[in-house]
Design a protein around this ligand. Sequence first.
Ligand code: ASP
Length: 338
Amino acid sequence: MLLIYTGGTIGMRENPETGALESFNFDLILDEVPELRRFDYRIHAFTFDPPIDSSDMGLEHWARLVRVIADNYDRFDGFVILHGTDTMAYTASALSFMLENLCKPVILTGSQLPIGKLRTDGKENLITAIEIAAARHEDGSPIVPEVCIYFKEKLMRGNRTTKINAEQFNAFRSFNYPDLATVGMHIRYNEAAIRKPDKSRPFKPHYLVESNVVVLTLFPGIKQSLVHAVLNIPDVKAVVIRTFGAGNAPQLKWFKEELMDANKRGLLLVNITQCQAGSVHMGLYETSLPLMEAGVVSGYDSTPECAITKLMFLLGHKLPTEQIKKMMDSNLCGEITK
Ligand code: ASP
């Protein structure tokens, strides 16, 4: 098992003299969580140096994670990534695209309270994440061969997950896809929901991502000058439009014209809903027809984190706009329901 420590609250401990929270050397993890010694497999650790708060996560860190996993892919049966909770859903989504044909578990976890605190949620999250990453079917194949987030008794598909609470231990939710496992006295896997990888296809790590993406959230009374400014930001290549309900937008003439102009200039426009649960259904209401006519593509039931990182991944590969549109319309690794 390879444990990759990127940073975040989980890896902090209270300095007994000052009371301040500080990152601790992760080689000491066995001292901090002695329970790990009771696993009967070897756990190796790789630490980001320095560990980072996940608000500082960038594209280069995703590429570094892919590199560490690719370099160690044949040596380890599973990978657990310790990550700050704030941007964990973005990293999980990005990795799901960057680790193509993944056949081994990659489980991200973290905590709301540092592992050195008495009431920490980090120990349970870490121990169970390791157990899930190590879980095997009778034939020896991994039970969960995909990128997931494990947090507070729930295993969720990484690219379906959103952070929904800044305080409570129950901080993540997968609104549009069933949990892959629930944890109580037993770990109950939802086998039907877990991806079945095609083992005949080789694992293919990807390192190219591009961040020229912007998010436009609609609201009643939104001004043309704002929409125009966002759609004309130099270098931006894709816009995730967070619309109302099932993918609806104001029927203003100028709004459609701005979108049509952006589409003509080759900008990729993707429609996702502001609602946490449910899907975009373009054409269901007449308020979504102008979007369709302007060339906006549906993001279906994609989370914002997933729509953004999927576009970053596809843009990074410099694919032609029409091909990116087609791939946005395709389910690449369980990220949308069509
Ligand atoms: N700010 C921290 C981070 O995301 C919060 C956490 O780890 O929960 O790195």
